[in-house]
Design a protein around this ligand. Structure first.
Ligand code: GAP
Length: 455
């Protein structure tokens, strides 16, 4: 038997083999930094988004839903500052020609990345991360906005942009949201959707891609409450990560320095995850102040504010928890990817995902193909509308291993005794222990495990 270890190569190969993540456009040689999610990936992503939405929007905070367009007027991006300021500063190594974001090569040595030039990098003996030489080009700015052609009619085509963040769709609808809900402060708006950035440096599997999905909340509150809500939302972000199976010890909270802040932010905390390739941003919590409502009020000549007790207009403060769906999936899968050596010295790959996030909660496995129709009739029927996988080919041992590798928490084996005793064997993925359960009790047993499960 070939022995495996936990590393990125084995991890990504495994995720492809079992159907979580495939390279985009693979049969044509691949399109760099694009990825497709197979059955298991798409199902897990759906669960991550559902848990995120109910954790934030169906909980104790006053949060509404939103689904705004990917295509917005150029005026939005002009006013928000993205056309002028949403950029990466890149340098190229003259020896190996690899490009780096300036903050990625200099983070350890530089406090203020805004004043760096090639001379500085050489004088301060900053090495190339790739070839260790110290030969740099001058830093160059690249706007990250993704341009597309938008035709008004056949002869009239404009360049417009795909959104680089979902947030702006919320700010420009501020009045629609307040008027249609009659809400008072504080309130929030939650949105999940695709964003696009023409990232020049992409790498590390699904960590940084040009097309990605975000889960963002814009929380509007009074100035006096901003600090309190910043901390409440930080706690809620941490408890969300715990719910989806990310270990507390894999996370670190990092306060951005002034030079690292985005153009709209006065304070940002990054939640870093301990990826195999470094401790990097999984999600961010920003205090956007009154920046966005102010700039859009000015540019659109609409009053994007609220009235106080004295009937005077004011701009609410905005606190923004922002998550990447892909990075959350990557963190969940990496933290729960285990390679175990068993007593008989064989190895098993097991994804110990919590049942609430696993793509399927259980697999139904008839011991013999001959029992297939019974298993479908009697067991699948009882578990209707739960995410249940069905597999009847291969030895039962091999099928157990396949379910472990996919991260399916329970295997339900229908055997020859099941026909008469109307009971099945349920095997726990993590402990590999088995118990006999009546088919009539199976639905409540599985439903209970989905919500109460000690990892
Ligand atoms: N609205 C604020 C905002 O967009 P951000 O820190 O640029 O802030 C928020 O992005 C989150 O979106 C990040 O923490 C990350 O999870 C995800 N994200 C950003 N760029 C990404 C990319 N190129 N690929 C994958 N995820 C990305």
């Amino acid at each position: 038997m070939k022995f495996f270890e936990k590393n990125m190569e084995n991890f990504t190969t495994h995720l492809k083999n079992v159907g979580y993540v495939f390279q985009g456009s693979e049969i044509y040689g691949g399109l760099s930094s694009t990825w497709d999610y197979g059955d298991l990936g798409a199902r897990t992503i759906k669960k991550i988004k559902d848990i995120w939405f109910s954790h934030f929007a169906d909980g104790d905070l006053n949060i509404f839903a939103m689904d705004s367009s990917v295509l917005l007027s150029n005026d939005v991006w002009r006013a928000s500052g993205h056309i002028n300021s949403f950029e990466d500063v890149l340098v190229e190594c003259k020896n190996c020609h690899k490009r780096f974001k300036i903050e990625h090569i200099s983070k350890k040595t530089v406090a203020n990345t805004k004043n760096i030039d090639a001379k500085w990098l050489i004088e301060n003996t900053v090495e190339c991360n790739n070839c260790k030489k110290k030969k740099w080009t001058l830093p160059k700015k690249f706007n990250l906005m993704f341009k597309v052609k938008y035709s008004k009619n056949n002869n009239d085509v404009d360049d417009i942009y795909l959104r680089p963040e979902t947030a702006q769709g919320i700010f420009i609808n501020f009045l629609n949201i307040v008027n249609s809900t009659s809400t008072k402060l504080p309130f929030g708006v939650a949105q999940i959707g695709k964003s696009f950035r023409n990232e020049v440096t992409t790498s590390n599997f699904i960590f940084r891609t040009k097309e990605f999905e975000q889960m963002e909340i814009e929380w509007f509150c009074e100035e006096k409450d901003a600090e309190r809500y910043f901390l409440i939302l930080l706690d809620k972000m941490k408890s969300f990560f715990e719910m989806v199976g990310i270990k507390e010890e894999s996370l670190t909270v990092y306060k951005q320095t002034e030079s690292e802040l985005a153009h709209y932010s006065t304070k940002t905390y990054d939640i870093l995850f301990n990826y195999a390739f470094g401790s990097l941003e999984l999600a961010g919590l920003a205090d956007r102040g009154t920046y966005d409502l102010e700039v859009h009020s000015k540019a659109s000549k609409s009053q994007l504010g609220m009235k106080n007790e004295k009937n005077e207009w004011f701009f609410p403060r905005v606190i923004e928890p922002s998550f990447g769906v892909g990075r959350t999936l990557l963190s969940v899968l990496w933290d729960n990817f285990h390679i175990e050596t068993l007593e008989d010295k064989t190895q098993r790959i097991v994804l110990k995902l919590p049942p609430s996030i696993a793509p399927y909660v259980a697999s139904v496995l008839p011991l013999s193909k001959k029992l297939g129709s019974n298993a479908k009739e009697e067991v699948m029927k009882v578990l209707k509308f739960l995410p249940i996988y069905y597999e009847e080919t291969g030895s039962i041992g091999k099928r157990y291993r396949r379910q472990d590798a996919k991260g399916i928490p329970f295997c339900i084996t229908y055997d020859f005794d099941s026909v008469s005793d109307q009971a099945v064997t349920v095997r726990n993925r993590d402990t590999m222990k088995q118990e006999r359960i009546k088919i009539s009790d199976l639905r409540s047993y599985i439903a209970d495990k989905m919500h109460n499960y000690d990892i």
